[in-house]
Design a protein around this ligand. Structure first.
Ligand SMILES: [Zn+2]
Length: 281
């Protein structure tokens, strides 16, 4: 119930009064050093070379809030996460999937702690004041001119390092359908590396998928395989619609995909209240 209050309030603040019938729920479980992250790895300690004063837990919870506001279908996915040594910045693993439509039900996310990734831990992730420029990228993938990238650049200070908030949003995005272990992804994009949109928006657009991983082959997409340091990305229409196509999400709050600067302060206040209220498994 408290979740509904939080989401409704965000919708009012952003001027969106779409009717809601639940909304996805992302259950998060932080695994502390020494605990198993879903059998995938044993969690380690936080790296000591990060910049910023935020925390992994707060940023992953903020990332979950982001997706819960974007997809308003009824669905629950449970994710265990923690620090671990990786050859990349972040890594997602699907543990179980099922239902109709097929969706990931449980999974894990690991964040690199071997100091090779110098993280930026934003203590106010719902404001992007540490970045100077927001660029929206568009292209026509066959269904009309579509947004394919929402990217903040021009980072200053601590934010010049690798943005963990973006990585958290990216990795949870994998748990919402774009996974090499997701049977729908395998069926739809496994061979031709394309997801053709068939929903209400941009029908017929062919979203290109990377040749050898479950990522969008679009230069500035949130779900691209890589990005530079000092950059914050949010889900583009291509990201949102690809996940919707793969997981059968029919309700998308596009306006929630990029927090508006004018409402960021209010969203931050609301999010703080929500974080206090959020129940952790
Ligand atoms: Zn990825």
């Amino acid at each position: 119930m408290k979740r509904k209050w939080g989401l409704l309030s965000v919708a009012v603040v952003s001027g969106v009064l779409a009717s809601r019938a639940g909304g996805i729920t992302i259950n998060l479980t932080y695994r502390a050093a020494g605990e198993s992250i879903g059998g995938v790895a044993t969690a380690g300690a936080a790296p000591t070379n990060a910049t910023g004063t935020g925390s992994l837990q707060a940023l992953v919870e903020a990332a979950a809030d982001y997706w819960e506001a974007v997809f308003t279908d009824t669905h629950t996915v449970s994710i265990q996460y923690g620090w671990a040594s990786l050859t990349s910045a972040g890594s997602h693993n699907l543990l179980t999937q099922g239902g109709t439509p097929n969706r990931e039900l449980t999974g894990t996310i690991r964040f690199d702690n071997d100091q090779s990734t110098v993280w930026y831990l934003d203590n106010e992730p719902l404001t992007a004041t540490e970045f100077t420029t927001l660029t929206n990228y568009t292209t026509d993938l066959g269904g009309g001119i579509m947004n394919v990238g929402r990217e903040y650049t021009g980072a200053t200070g601590a934010a010049s390092e690798f943005d963990l908030y973006t990585t958290a949003i990216h990795e949870i995005g994998h748990a919402l359908g774009l996974s090499g272990a997701n049977s729908t992804f395998i069926n739809v994009a496994g061979s031709d590396r394309t997801v053709t949109l068939g929903g209400a928006s941009f029908a017929g657009a062919d979203v290109p998928i990377a040749a050898s991983s479950a990522h969008l082959d679009l230069d500035h997409a949130l779900l691209r395989s890589n990005r530079p340091g000092g950059v914050r990305r949010f889900a583009s229409e291509a990201d949102l619609l690809t996940l919707a196509e793969l997981s059968g999400f029919s309700q998308i709050n596009f306006a929630a995909a990029v927090p508006e600067p004018a409402t960021a302060g209010m969203l931050m206040a609301l999010s703080s209240a929500m974080l206090l209220k959020r129940r952790r498994a």
